[in-house]
Design a protein around this ligand. Structure first.
Ligand SMILES: Cc1ncc(COP(=O)(O)O)c(C=O)c1O
Length: 398
């Protein structure tokens, strides 16, 4: 075998999201795109905002000397300044360009950070349900994944987190608003979490870093204001990606920003800059770094996602599903009427409706519906959700 057993196993355990994506492609080829409702993938389908597209055109037409050349591995100083200023305004904290590293999306940033902070078998707590790639990222850098379950309505369960704090705990990844539940963590819970982590760090004598993975932080509905862990906990590293906000996931642009008062912040920055290079990213896309600055502050209209969320919620509730209303993101995460969510998802698939089973997010008995498809696709899927729910509650599936 050319590839290692480990990679081979990882591929076959694989991500459910990918599996559903491939299944969608197969069904679309066989029956035609209009006959399949693919609600599996979180691939933003809105057009990028006009201001971002215009910035791309402008940047493409200008060629200052060395604009396409190698740069400091942490990114263009002007872009890092812009990011630090943006965070300063958002969070009222003195974020500093010297602690910002531009990265290949949030995925790149998390990998860089884990590489920098993990000693072999150091533990990283993630809160289920969680973005399944974390498992691979942690493994990439010799860490150990530790799963703590979310509490009521996908909020924080501090007792559960406390149970999982050990001498080996090095980091916790917080993803709010959350993929897949869509829930945003509230300020009071984050404050209590900060106290718990401070206590945990005192007990073990070394810092516990909080990686705040927040690519959906602008995607909030119903007038909610984003609550950031950085407001409460100094050892926070903000991880951001423009993928979701600007619908530019293929362009791979994001950053990590170390809290201005983080323990050993300068060391973390130096480590991240070095590792950004040696992991092979070298630097984040030069073109996109210039675009981010050129575009400036962009107000994005997320109302199509909100409309789809409301449509799905109404349809599911009418059909009888239990569902916690998402605060943001473009996902809805209802309970399936059986704990065997993969069986349920397969029944939907037979009717050419594709969603991702909760098992893929370490949260069985649920399914993730992505809102990255036109309203008409959702409208086509809703009667199927109702029909299959009815079959399962009548016991037709044993
Ligand atoms: C929670 C979460 N974190 C990180 C990422 C990775 O983002 P990017 O592809 O922009 O690096 C995603 C993408 O779906 C995500 O949902």
């Amino acid at each position: 075998m050319a590839i290692t057993r480990k990679v081979s196993n990882q591929i076959s355990e694989g991500s459910w999201i990918r599996k559903m994506f491939e299944e969608g492609a197969r069904l679309k080829q066989r029956f035609g795109a209009d006959a399949v409702s693919d609600l599996s993938l979180g691939n933003p389908d809105l057009d990028p905002p006009a201001a971002v597209l215009e910035a791309m055109q402008k940047v493409a037409s200008q060629h200052p000397k060395h604009c396409h050349a190698y740069m400091p591995n942490s990114g263009f100083p002007a872009t890092r300044e812009w990011v630090a200023e943006d965070l300063k305004q958002r969070l009222d904290l003195p974020f500093n360009a010297n602690l910002v590293v531009m990265t290949a999306g949030a995925a790149g940033a998390i990998n860089v950070l884990l590489k920098v902070i993990l000693e072999p078998m150091d533990e990283v707590i993630v809160i289920a349900p969680y973005f399944p790639e974390y498992r691979f990222y942690i493994d990439n850098h010799g860490g150990k994944l530790v799963v703590a379950k979310a509490g009521k309505d996908f909020g924080l369960d501090l007792e559960e987190i406390e149970k999982h704090l050990t001498k080996k705990t090095r980091a916790i990844i917080i993803n709010s608003p959350n993929n897949p539940s869509g829930r945003m963590l509230r300020a009071d819970g984050l404050k209590d979490l900060a106290e718990l982590l401070q206590w945990g760090a005192l007990r073990t004598g070394r810092a516990i870093y909080l990686i705040s993975d927040e690519p959906y932080r602008s995607l909030l509905y119903d007038g909610l204001q984003y609550a950031s862990p950085a407001s409460f906990y100094e050892n926070t590293i903000v991880v951001y990606s423009y993928s979701k906000e600007y619908s530019i996931a293929g362009e791979r642009i994001g950053y990590l920003a170390i809290h201005p008062e983080a323990q050993d912040g300068k060391e973390l920055f130096d480590g991240a800059t070095f590792v950004n290079r040696t992991l092979g990213f070298v630097n984040a896309s030069a073109f996109m770094q210039r675009v981010i600055v050129e575009a400036g502050h962009v107000d994005v209209d997320f109302s199509p996602y909100k409309e789809r969320r409301d449509l799905v919620l109404t349809g599911l509730e009418e059909a009888g599903y239990n569902v916690v209303k998402p605060d943001g993101t473009f996902y809805v995460f209802p309970q399936t009427p059986t704990q065997d969510d993969t069986l349920f998802v397969r029944a939907l698939q037979k009717k050419r409706v594709l969603v991702t089973p909760g098992t893929g997010f370490a949260w069985p008995g649920h399914m993730r519906i992505s809102l990255c498809s036109d309203k008409s696709v959702i409208e086509r899927a809703l009667p199927v959700f109702k029909e299959i729910f009815g079959e399962f509650t009548k016991g037709d599936h044993g």
